[in-house]
Design a protein around this ligand. Structure first.
Ligand code: V47
Ligand code: SF4
Length: 359
């Protein structure tokens, strides 16, 4: 094990890449603090002491979805109690509130609605931009982009160009789950394949838009599946450079239907963030999404290679429908305090990581 840690340290210091086998060994290494220290070193060389956050608001326009991913407590059928689709006016009112509160970003994703036409999404983007030209709209997952291509019978490139023209600024990293087929067949059999997810994201990057990448972990996947997932992301990033941040999403089990799901403890969460930081040498940012991790683990993650705490979020549904016990929103001051008390330098950023100001 010491051999492994020495070898990986040398690689980080020399800007060399850790292999898949080394990533797997790091996952298996019981010395959490040693792995965390290596991740902190890798991060320090990229980002110094800065930890980014933004002022944003999530809007989930509909929870109605034709898929039934077993890990998802958010989606409903059209006949189900609690299903909803927001009217355009409600969406605009939420964005106006966000803008008045100093938000720079709207993060919008939703279910795959059986009846909403593609024009609904284009009109939503155009209306949001008309009201709030200064707000960056980060919206839709690769799964939704593929769905829009299906319902319009157009290539994804055409769909992406139309969304971009209507005001789409970038895309979040959802829908990736675990990219390997064996796990996908168990947890989201109706969802697009891992290969398709990567192809759609590649097309988005080619269009000039940035995206993030996520990994849903702590359900039925093996450590090998996580490494395979990271490896596919690293290879795509080598080709496009279009990923901004990597975000491991800790599985929340309530109201879900994943037989044998393990759940995520603090050690697993911190190790996963740390190994990701070490392995994904071509990603600038690794984000601790406090909604799924909880505030305390997200704060401690800042000593394990993480350099981004996401944002104020304001109205979070996906994690909270699945039992997340974090708050639904955070004041900007609270984010600043969490970062400062971890001994780091808080920096407000916009979606594209332009620095808005040191706090
Ligand atoms: O794609 C669904 C995940 C994702 C559960 O890019 C769950 O900046 C945990 O992608 N437990 C949506 N996770 C959220 C997402 C995201 C969030 C914050 C920032 C960014 C970004 C992206 O949430 C889904 C799915 O992978 N998810 N159900 C659950 N029970
Ligand atoms: Fe639908 Fe997305 Fe939930 Fe899957 S994760 S059921 S695609 S909303």
């Amino acid at each position: 094990m010491n051999n492994l840690l020495t070898r990986v340290r040398a690689k980080i210091e020399n800007g060399a890449r850790v292999s898949d086998a080394e990533a797997l060994d790091l996952f298996r290494c019981d010395d959490l603090l040693a792995v965390g220290e290596l991740a902190a070193l890798a991060n320090r060389l990229k980002n110094g002491d800065k930890v980014y956050f933004n002022v944003n608001r999530h809007i989930n326009y509909t929870n109605i979805c034709v898929n039934r991913c077993t890990f998802c407590a958010f989606s409903k059928g059209v006949e189900d109690e609690g299903c909803y689709t927001l009217a355009l006016n409600d969406i605009l009112a939420k964005a106006a509130e966000a803008s008045a509160a100093g938000a720079t970003e709207i993060h919008m994703v939703g279910g795959l609605h059986p009846d909403l036409p593609f024009d609904f999404y284009l009109e939503m983007l155009a209306a949001l931009k008309a009201d709030n030209p200064e707000l960056h709209i980060k919206a839709f997952t690769a799964v939704e982009i593929d769905y829009f291509a299906q319902i319009t019978e157009q290539p994804v490139e055409t769909v992406i160009a139309a969304l971009k023209e209507a005001g789409l600024g970038s895309m979040p990293g959802g829908g990736a789950e675990i990219l390997g087929k064996k796990v996908r067949d168990q947890i989201c059999p109706e969802k697009i394949s891992g290969e398709r997810w990567l192809d759609v994201i590649e097309a988005v990057h080619r269009s000039g838009l940035k995206t993030n990448a996520t990994m849903l972990f702590g359900h039925v996947e093996e450590l090998e599946d996580r490494v395979d997932h990271l490896s596919r992301l690293r290879r795509l990033q080598d080709r496009t450079g279009g990923f901004q941040a990597f975000i491991p999403l800790a599985f929340q089990p309530d109201n879900t239907r994943v037989p044998g799901a393990r759940g995520v403890g603090g050690v697993d969460a911190l190790k996963t963030l740390a190994v990701s930081r070490i392995y994904l040498d071509n990603f600038r940012h690794v984000k601790a999404y406090w909604v799924m991790l909880g505030l305390k683990i997200a704060q401690v993650a800042l000593a394990f290679g993480v350099n981004d705490l996401d944002g104020t979020v304001v109205e979070e549904k996906i994690g909270h429908d699945a039992g997340a016990d974090s708050p639904q929103a955070l004041e900007k001051e609270k984010l600043v305090e969490l970062i400062r008390k971890a001994g780091k330098a808080p920096v407000e950023r916009d979606t594209l990581y332009n620095e808005i100001g040191m706090r």
